[in-house]
Design a protein around this ligand. Structure first.
Ligand code: GTR
Length: 323
């Protein structure tokens, strides 16, 4: 009786002060012991502390709530509150985000950090917020390179006639077609089986995902083309965000900064470990010496993307103007 009284007094005072209790639902594609998983878990745990329990939450790993495409829709209607999204396939829901899916748009990962951590990142987050999603920070996902079970990729011509799985976004289909290969868009969790059964010859990803999914067991040639550098986000729905007081928003922004710093540290370590693990297991690795040849061959993707999505042009220029 006494407990109930205390609890209802606490709830009444929260409502009176304009704050309500929010139990957030979180979506994540990766499993436990992966950099973004640890960073999202730490974010939501600390969110509860710094808001005195006004925000708490549960992170659902391994895409158990649905594919990223489903989760984006759920965030837009407010049934997923926070997530770690890959900004590549997000392009199908938010046109401006496609700028990050252009091959070789960043010079390297450090350049991506400089661009995303500055005014550009804010502009992009603003564009995203018009679609119901806010980014509180940008996680690292390294660079994506080709791997397959047929042969090393050394020159752009080596991709000709080969079948590659790509993430769900037409831009990646154009990218593979620019090398005269065939692209099959497919969800992340279907790729292992497709490589194993020969539905596709190869795919492309960073070292940690190549390793954590065991793709390296069924696609033993990894060629370091680094054609895509796509960050991921610590995303929150505008609905959940708008329900918070300004003080709680400020506190969560601070936690997001910490979560991003943590993830980038873990990422650096994991990238080196994954690379070593797969090479030790017998993966045949080759550097791609002439990346400029790939960049040149993939250039038509830019014009095609601008034609389909004119909003991209200023975003491309903005990235290219940053050193
Ligand atoms: C990973 C990324 C995932 C997912 C995956 C894919 O690198 O972290 O979010 O997009 O690639 O290839 O689908």
């Amino acid at each position: 009786m006494r407990k109930t009284l205390i609890a209802s007094t606490a709830i009444a005072s929260l409502i009176f002060s304009g704050s309500a209790l929010s139990a957030w639902t979180g979506w994540n594609i990766h499993n436990k012991d992966y950099p973004i998983t640890d960073a999202l878990e730490s974010f939501i745990k600390n969110a509860e502390k710094v808001t005195d329990g006004r925000v708490s939450g549960t992170l659902y790993n391994g895409a158990v709530l649905g594919s990223q495409g489903d989760a984006i829709q759920m965030m837009q209607i407010g049934s997923v509150d926070f997530a770690g999204f890959n900004l590549g396939p997000m392009g199908t829901a938010i046109p401006e985000v496609n700028v990050l899916s252009l091959p070789f748009i960043f010079k390297d990962v450090d350049h991506m950090h400089r661009v995303m951590d500055g005014a550009f990142g804010e502009h992009l987050s603003e564009a995203m917020s018009k679609h119901g999603i806010i980014s509180l920070g940008w996680y690292d996902a390294g660079a994506r390179s080709f791997y397959n079970h047929v042969k090393p990729i050394v020159n752009p011509g080596d991709v000709e006639g080969m079948k590659f799985r790509v993430m769900n976004n037409e831009l990646y289909v154009s990218m593979i077609e620019s090398l005269k290969g065939n692209a099959t868009p497919m969800a992340f969790n279907e790729v292992y089986q497709s490589l194993k059964t020969g539905v596709v010859d190869g795919a492309e990803n960073n070292w940690p995902s190549y390793e954590s999914t065991n793709h390296y067991e069924v696609a033993k040639f990894y060629s370091n083309s680094q054609h895509l550098i796509i960050p991921e986000c610590l995303c929150v729905s505008t609905k959940a965000w708008g329900a918070l007081s300004e003080a709680d928003q400020a506190a969560l922004k601070q936690e997001a900064i910490k979560s991003v710093a943590m993830q980038r540290e873990l990422w650096k370590k994991r990238e080196a470990e994954s690379r070593q693990l797969v090479i030790d297991s017998g993966v045949q690795f080759n550097e791609v010496a002439d990346k400029a040849a790939f960049s040149e061959a993939m250039k038509p993707v830019y014009a095609q993307a601008i034609e389909a999505i004119p909003e991209l042009e200023p975003f491309i220029k903005e990235i290219q103007s940053i050193d």
